[in-house]
Each structure stands twice: as C-alpha cells, then as structure tokens.
Design a binder for this molecule. Structure first.
Ligand SMILES: [Zn+2]
Ligand SMILES: [Zn+2]
Length: 349
C-alpha cells in the first residue's frame, strides 16, 4: 500500500472513531495523526545541509534559469556583436587613423605603428578564434580510473578536481572558470589561455586606438557642429562621426575590459579560477574562525602559476608562446592535478 493512502486510512479511522468514542480521546488521536502527516510532509524537503544560501539559490532558481536560456539562445548574437564591433573599429582605423600615421609621422614612428597595429590585430583574431572553437574540456564518461572529488548531480558522472557543471552547456567542464556569452563557449582547462590572451590583446588594441586617435577625436569633437553645413560634404561628416564612434567605443572597452583582464590576471597569479575564488574565500573564512590559514593546493607560487598557465617551459617560450600566436596544449590533462609543492622535475624552468 502507498504510504500516503495508509496515512489517509488512519486519518479516516480516527475520524470515524470521533463518532463512536468519547470526545476526550479524539483530539489526542487526531493530533497524533496530524503530526504524523506533518512529519511525512516535512520529510519530503528536509535536508540537514540546508542553510540560507540553499534557500536563496532555490528562490532565485527561476532567475538563473531565465539567464541560462537567454544566454544559450542569444550566444550567436553576442559573437556577432564582438565580430561586428571589432571589424568596424578595424575598418575606421584603416580609413581614418592609418592615413594620419602615413602622412604626419616620422618614418620610425610610421614603422612602429604599422608593425604594432598589425601584430595586435593578429593576436586578437587568433585568440578569439581559438577561444570560441576550442572545447574547454569535459570529464570522461567512460574512464573510471580517474580520481574524482564528487559526483555531478545533473550529469551523474564522477567530477575530477576543479571541474564544475555548466547549466548553459548542460555538462561538466574541466577546470571551469566561467561561461562566457561573448565567446558562446565555456572557459575551461583547454581554452582558458586563449580567453585571457584575447582579453589582454583586445584591451591593448583598444588602448592603442584610443591613444593614437585622441587628436583626431578632439578635432572631430570640436568641429562636429559645423560639419552639417557647407563646405563640409557627406564624406566629411561620416569621417568625423566615425572617429568619435571609434574613440568612444575603444575608450569604454579599454576601461571595462581592462578591469576584467586585471581581475583575471590577479586570479592567475593566485592559481585560482573565478569559481575557486568564491569557494576558496569561503573556506579561508571558515578556517580563519578556527585560527587556521587556508592554502590553495593548486597554487605553485606567483611566477610558476603564470608559467603553468601560459605553458612556458623555457625562456624563449615567453616570446613564442605568449607574445606570438601559439596553439600548444595546456599543462596537464585537466583530469588530475599536481598538488603543491610540485616535484622539481615537473616544474617548468
Ligand atoms: Zn555535470
Ligand atoms: Zn558553459
């Protein structure tokens, strides 16, 4: 018999008893059964681990669900925006900024601008392409000998250390940092370097356009009211408006993306992902209350963290693997992790 029907049966028997037996016994029996029903009902949602965070998460669950659906469906729109805005700035740089450089700068500065501008552009395009196209890495669903720290409640598979479930990709991601709508991809073990380099070189590119185009912008800003009248032509108006658009966009992105890049640089220095920053700070507070200090097991020292992140194994790699486009695989497989301190022969020089 189903437990609910047995409870109802008891309740009915009790109520029938109301009519037959004395009034004094009824409330006590009824109370007992009502409290029994209440206990069964509470057992449906009781959780010894429940705290205010879980309740808040549950209340906000519909909001998270909406954000996940919107991000998933509009993923390609964000990618299109990145490509369209970057292309428009590149076009304006060639159309407005390059002629200024070629006509007014000394040969030395001219060569520097042409070399730097094109190197920066290649780095942006390469890292954006690789960040969007490289899968972040997924835990194995068949390999059983990989050490794991927990089981994903949604995928029902073992989760290796540093892996987390992405609600937008609907799968677990190795060394997950975050889901990036601008890439329409998760940032994880295999594309974390591409993501960071893209942010870094896009910030540098925007700063370059903003600083190099500042005189053009000031001229355009001061004459924008006059260009609507003759002798200025439609082409002149478009030129000035394009310069203002480029300067405002690149300056804004420099500040916003620059701040994000600095934040990620700080995390890399500490050997943490964005998710681990949240977990580690909670753990540090918990241990501090007991008078203990938390040590991140995946941090190998500030400089070594950068070497591991960029895959720098010898000095020349700072040039070939960091300052030039490089498609080398990251350090490790993302399934197992060396815990601090690393053995000497495992550490890059
Ligand atoms: Zn999962
Ligand atoms: Zn994702």
């Amino acid at each position: 018999m189903h437990p609910c029907s047995s409870v109802l049966h008891l309740l009915l028997r009790c109520m029938r008893g109301c009519c037959r037996h004395s009034r004094s016994r009824v409330p006590r029996r009824l109370r007992r059964h009502v409290s029994y029903i209440r206990l069964i009902f509470k057992s449906l949602y009781f959780n010894s681990l429940t705290n205010s965070d879980v309740v808040t998460d549950s209340v906000l669950e519909p909001v998270f669900w909406m954000v996940e659906v919107v991000t998933r469906w509009f993923g390609m729109v964000f990618v299109f925006l990145v490509v369209a805005l970057t292309s428009s700035v590149v076009f304006i740089a060639y159309y407005c900024l390059l002629p200024l450089v070629l006509h007014t700068y000394s040969p030395g500065w001219m060569i520097w601008h042409i070399c730097y501008g094109h190197w920066n552009l290649v780095m942006i395009v390469f890292h954006y392409y690789k960040a969007t196209q490289t899968p972040p890495g997924y835990p194995s669903k068949t390999k059983t000998d990989v050490p794991f720290v927990s089981v994903c409640k949604k995928c029902i598979i073992p989760k290796p250390a540093r892996s987390h479930h992405c609600g937008i990709c609907k799968t677990c991601i190795l060394k997950m940092d975050h889901h990036c709508p601008w890439l329409n991809n998760c940032v994880g073990h295999f594309n974390h370097r591409y993501f960071f380099s893209f942010c870094l070189f896009l910030t540098l590119g925007c700063m370059y356009c903003s600083v190099s185009g500042r005189h053009l912008f000031i001229d355009a800003y001061n004459t924008i009211d006059e260009v609507s009248q003759p002798p200025y032509t439609y082409k002149d108006r478009m030129f000035y408006k394009s310069v203002i658009y480029m300067w405002v966009l690149t300056s804004t992105v420099s500040v916003a993306l620059g701040a994000l890049t600095l934040w990620h640089a700080l995390l890399i220095t500490r050997g943490e992902t964005s998710i681990e920053r949240h977990i580690n700070s909670k753990e540090a507070k918990r241990l501090a209350k007991r008078g203990r200090v938390y040590r991140n097991p995946f941090s190998y020292g500030k400089l070594n963290n950068w070497k591991v992140f960029f895959g720098v194994e010898k000095r020349s790699h700072w040039l070939t693997r960091v300052l030039l486009p490089s498609g080398h695989a990251p350090y490790g497989d993302g399934l197992t992790w060396d815990i601090y301190p690393l053995k000497k022969d495992m550490m890059p020089v």
